[in-house]
Design a protein around this ligand. Sequence first.
Ligand code: TPP
Ligand code: MG
Length: 622
Amino acid sequence: MRLTVAQALVRFLASQRSERDGVEQRLIAGCFGIFGHGNVAGVAQALLEAEQTRSADLRYYMTRNEQAMVHASVGFARMRNRLQAFACTSSIGPGSTNMVTGAALATINRIPVLLLPSDFFATRAASPLLQELEDPRSADVSVNDAFKPVSRFWDRINRPEQLPAALLAAMRVLTDPAETGAVTLALPQDVQAEAHDWPEELFRARVWHVPRPVPEPAALDRAVEVLRSARRPLIVAGGGVIYSEASAALLRFAEATGIPVADTQAGKGALPWDHACAVGGVGATGSPAANALARDADVVLGIGTRYSDFTTASRTVFQHPEVRFVNLNIAAFDAGKHAGAALVADARAGLDALTGRMDGYRADGGYTARAQELAGDWEQKVNRAYHLGHEPLPAQTEIIGALNEFLGERDVVVQAAGSMPGDLQRLWRARDPKQYHVEYGYSCMGYEIAGGLGAKLADPEREVYVLVGDGSYLMMAQEIVTSVAEGIKLTIILVQNHGFASIGALSEQLGSQRFGTSYRYRNVKTGLLDGDILPVDLAGNAASLGADVLKTRTVPEFLAALERAAAADQTTVVYVETDPLAPAPESDAWWDVPVSEVSALDSTQQARAVYEAAKRAQRPYL
Ligand SMILES: Cc1ncc(C[n+]2csc(CCOP(=O)(O)OP(=O)(O)O)c2C)c(N)n1
Ligand SMILES: [Mg+2]
């Protein structure tokens, strides 16, 4: 079949399928993009021709920023439990490098996305091109080499003959739950337009089986031995539980053994918040209840977790002198962390295998009673934080509480950066495994609206509520336009506190006096950015992008606005002002952010002393 490289690519992507548990779906659900000279006559032409001749079915969605389209792809694939992904086409140069941050986010969160950055001519016929890097040391380097460290598979298609093998490798990595992340195929702009004779079988429907590997018997024996010896065990449920749809298996295991279950940012909702075994978030943004249990745990069963510094409170949250880890993970890399007994397997298959082997084991009754008591005490504190009555502006915890109580079981909340991930992991009461969508692998300001767009596209039946701080909004709000153009309804809650509540509080705690963390005029007297509040109208900005906007200043106004937004068909921004200095419950856990060892500032010296004391609790877990 004689087609261009781009036409062959589109035809191939449209016919790929994925399958798990006997359920099949298309693998590449669509293509986000922004066209420039690098792809307008190549990939764009192929997408147009596919649409007009109906030769391939791959819907194109125009976005407004290339980083944002990768975020949207991640939001989509995360909602679909990594069984489906999006392709992203960009022009060469800045269009491509704009996607590098998105690639890092996808890879770190282990979420599949296919990136198709355009590249300079393979023939180099017209070099140097507009936007070409021109590395004096090497003629085959381009800006797309910047994708290499943030991609799980990378190739540049310099000859049409290279395409089939590259495509097969790309699909394998996208559908391998242990290896998945960003996959980058750089497409030189001349090669995109070049014709070639392709074998017909390249375009036949191909099914990629997403495996559920079972644990190796000897590894299972070792894991069971450690678990059975546990007197104060704790489960840390990570994102892998949710991607594997292992909630029911986790529930059976927890109920059979009585082991308390803490969750990570990616794992929240693995168990419903009010289950008798659930003890809330663990780690630096976790709840004091889970952290108290973590402190004394002698065996930690981590399931589908990367053990980030937030989850382990920078290796201080587990303080038992002989704490041992059992790590059930699909990726051997993660299963081996903290010198744990590695159980390399799919979360669901691994949990089922463990449940079958834990017959007769029950966590100590006094211990489980203490876990329930701690969790119960914490829920009282959450209730108070939800209904603080803070004045004149509400506290952020009240906005989160009002939203939590308003949301239906299947509604989704999306967030990524600022002070909200911490408040959310502590306070959010998740009732469904897909309800809590906080991107905290990369915690990338700007993910919120774009990621929410992808999440809504993935599951249009669910209402999607995006929580976005004013700082993140200013970085990346433009996908509101895409949501309006495509009729992809979002409710966006824009939390205005005039700067970085999160980094402001961190700065103060670390002796840096909130330097440069609020949005203020430069003060001509002090020379610092501590003048008056800026006359920025973010509500007006959102309205100018085509959203309906509801401005609120109190909790009752906020709730009334949520009612209206829920009833609306179009994207609505609920703008709410909050007090960045309002109190919020703490996690009782530490985060390692080094403070200057020498300083002329008292504030820094004091913070350094506190830092050194806290650092002593840090452990290697060997
Ligand atoms: C792209 C990016 N740049 C910088 C940071 C570091 N950072 C984390 S939170 C934050 C401030 C967020 O401000 P805002 O969205 O207003 O949330 P708030 O802290 O006020 O809740 C910054 C700068 C980041 N996470 N992502
Ligand atoms: Mg802010």
